[in-house]
Design a protein around this ligand. Structure first.
Ligand code: ZN
Length: 142
């Protein structure tokens, strides 16, 4: 089992701009702040959603888009280094007006209606994503 031990770093509470891209605005913030490792959670709402499902057999992300107002019931993710730069990996659960929930791996294209984000930095050894893992074809922590 792979692991690294960290200590708690800075804690950020961030309100995302209305109309911004959910994934890209968090990604931009962590790069600006130099958050090299940590974890993220968020709630809010979007006016458009883009997420994906990783097909483990085909080893591709199948893209899903929803053109409707949705609650962000929960976004959870982590921050590590990809090719030396801070990288956000996050999953999200959306809820629609009927109360149904669905979600997946967050992609660019989610348009923020409102977003409140907690970013918790951890400090310690570099946490890097390696080359594609042969079993999963994913760039896992290495
Ligand atoms: Zn994912």
């Amino acid at each position: 089992m792979f692991f690294r031990e960290f200590t708690q770093g800075r804690t950020f509470l961030v309100r995302l701009p209305h109309g911004s891209d959910l994934r890209e605005s968090i990604q931009e913030f962590i790069r600006e702040q130099g958050v090299r490792a940590g974890f993220v959670s968020a709630i809010g709402a979007v006016s458009r959603a883009c997420y994906s499902f990783y097909d483990a057999q085909k080893q591709v992300y199948e893209q899903i888009a929803k053109e409707e107002e949705l609650e962000i019931l929960g976004l959870t993710g982590n921050i590590s280094l990809l090719d030396g730069a801070p990288f956000l990996h996050a999953h999200v659960i959306f809820g629609d007006r009927s109360g149904m929930a669905f979600g997946g791996h967050i992609e660019a294209g989610c348009v923020v209606f409102a977003g409140e984000v907690l970013i918790q930095e951890v400090t310690g050894p570099a946490l890097e994503r390696g080359a594609k893992d042969p079993q999963t074809a994913l760039r896992l922590w290495a």
